[in-house]
Design a protein around this ligand. Sequence first.
Ligand SMILES: Nc1ncnc2c1ncn2[C@@H]1O[C@H](COP(=O)(O)OP(=O)(O)OP(=O)(O)O)[C@@H](O)[C@H]1O
Ligand SMILES: [Mg+2]
Length: 270
Amino acid sequence: MIILVIASQKGGVGKTTVAINLSFSLATRGHRILLVDTDPQGSVGLSLSRGARERYGFYDAIAGIKTVEELIIPTRLAEFKLMTSGKSEMFLDESAQSDAQWSDRIKIFFDNLRGQDNDLVIVDTAAGIGAITSNILKEGDSVIIPQQSEPLGVRSIPQFLKKIVGIRRRGSEVSVSGILMTMVNPHQRESVESESQLRSALPSGIMFQTSIPRDSVFLRASSLGVPVGLLSSNPVSAAVAFDQLAAELEIKLGLSKNMEKDHGVKGLLD
Ligand SMILES: Nc1ncnc2c1ncn2[C@@H]1O[C@H](COP(=O)(O)OP(=O)(O)OP(=O)(O)O)[C@@H](O)[C@H]1O
Ligand SMILES: [Mg+2]
């Protein structure tokens, strides 16, 4: 089981959109995915299910009120399961718990998840790296850093990478899967320039080749409570971008695909 965290210093860069749509793409490619919402605002749950506020979830497991087994919600897709952020309000004051307490509770949470049969646990986080997200990163195997393609946006990257170095110094083995450009608008000069500046300033391996286009379809999808891949039987280009991202991740994380095994590959002339 691989724990993949979606995190960024800045808010509103597309973390939740990436978490939902990447989870869906990986699930349709045969990987067993559990998407966990750790944002107290509960964005994943709110995007995908109307009754999310009423559900128990991540913070109720952290508070010791529920077991992880009780919190996993199946979806229409057998390979895609969810955990909402929950009802417990212990997160409202991050400083009410010491860092060591958060660290212990979050470690126990992920240790318990290891007993479940998921290939990947994808974790959506709140903006910034507070005590909760830094301890989630500490338990994580890898992190995707969504980055909005706008001139000021790129300044937060060095700061974020420094925090990852700090977390690794505390004994974590978390690695950076990659920086993912989001909301790229090919018709806007500033957007295209900030993407190419970042690509030339950073080692090529640290950035995903795929970037996510700015597309109003994301708003429509979240208002309907679905990933973009479910919007129509003809793949919209935004869904294709997530499929391409999923393929890149399979290589980066060494994920073996289960599709051939499950569906059986037939020769062209059989
Ligand atoms: N590629 C995109 N094209 C157009 N709109 C997008 C795109 N990605 C995200 N959005 C929209 O931008 C807003 C912010 O996106 P999202 O909620 O995914 O960001 P976030 O990083 O999770 O925010 P927060 O830090 O508040 O959790 C949402 O309204 C979302 O629908
Ligand atoms: Mg979010």
